[in-house]
Design a protein around this ligand. Sequence first.
Ligand code: NAD
Length: 436
Amino acid sequence: MKICFIGTGYVGLVSGVLFSDFGNKVICVDNDQKKIDNLKKGIIPIFEPGLDELVIRNYKSKRLSFTTDIARAIKDSDIIFIAVGTPTAKDGVSADLKNVYAVANVISKNINKYKIIITKSTVPVCTGDEVEKIIKKNNSSSKFDVVSNPEFLREGEAIRDFRYADRVVIGSNNLSKTKPILEKLYEPIIKKGAKFIVTTRRSSELIKYAANAFLATKITFINEIANLCEQVGSNVEDIAIGIGTDARIGPRFLRAGPAYGGSCFPKDTKALTKIGDKFKTDMSVVKSVIKSNEKRKSKLADQILKILGNPKGKKVGFLGVTFKANTDDMRDTQCLKIFPKLLNKGVKISYYDPTGEKKELKKIKFLKSSEEILNQNDLIVIHTEWDEFRSLNFKKAKSKKIKIFDMRNLYQPDSFLNKKINYYSIGRPVNEKKAR
Ligand code: NAD
């Protein structure tokens, strides 16, 4: 099938490359000329394990191409995916849909035969209706269908998540025509076990927001339980096992840690509350999740200050600054809210991240390795759960008195007993002897 992806970011590039790997002809389009030029040279704009090899292989086979010529790409394709960003709008809550509508306008002017237009971007319920309206201005309804097909991949695991998806959701108001075509397109994934879920377009749009809000709620819930554990001397990991083994609850997304962050949960939870407001529906659960998550970042900054004692002039080194491991994405990462509070109190911050120096952290000192972080700081904060932080050589640290705040619970508290290390973690008793 001839497909184009408009928007070649985390979602557009990964999905585009994988559809080309399944044997389709895929054109990845972006309005960022530099990104497209780099991709043509084999320079991948994002850090995503395994992606570069796939891009280069499929580009060489000519199944995959890159362009900024959006009009040509639309004309040459049967299926058009819209995968542009839908960040938080200026009001700080709603989803900004200007990229989606801009693309819909261009599509409307370039339809030369029947096309399926798919919103893969996360968009509020009823956006498909609006996209359809825009395209209808220049075309009869027999020439196109607008379908919702939200994406559930996770950064850092994107290739596996796309290939071995739990489900493929298709929302269309013309299923008799679109379902067989999309079932064929997704056949390689369905054959691997993904459930193929078909529904109306509005339901599909809402599935994506409901999924993200639910996962954000699970994370926030276990983080609140971790807070309570710290007060009563319980162990949040035991609680997570104790509740997660209940099939009704499930074990995933019950790892206490820093607040949720990243390019999806923060913006999508906020947008869902706005959708609720628009349709006069109480979204108080999601609203309180957002509030609790915001408070958590402030609480973690306070915990750091407390560990430091007198913070002025003290040195804190962060290991990892992205919101999770295996990505270079800095959007809404937790430390962006923690750093200002520390800087205000005169703390000197440095960081090391396996994906390199970050433009978002111009005023913070970047160190080239975790060893440098260990050697040059009073307190080391394990902020992101990269594998390379799981076996740090604390013995090599120059300072005799080293403090560690492990926000990801990568280590067991009892492994620090009798060592000259003050170890702090999340929701676990300090210096607890492991019971299991
Ligand atoms: P991104 O910012 O990485 O990529 C978006 C791309 O679209 C950018 O390269 C940008 O240059 C391009 N673009 C914007 N406007 C354009 C236009 N008018 N014409 C052509 N290109 C244009 O965003 P992303 O993380 O890939 O997210 C895309 C969508 O997918 C969002 O709605 C997001 O919520 C959703 N989503 C993201 C993830 C994720 O893990 N990142 C997962 C599931 C869903």
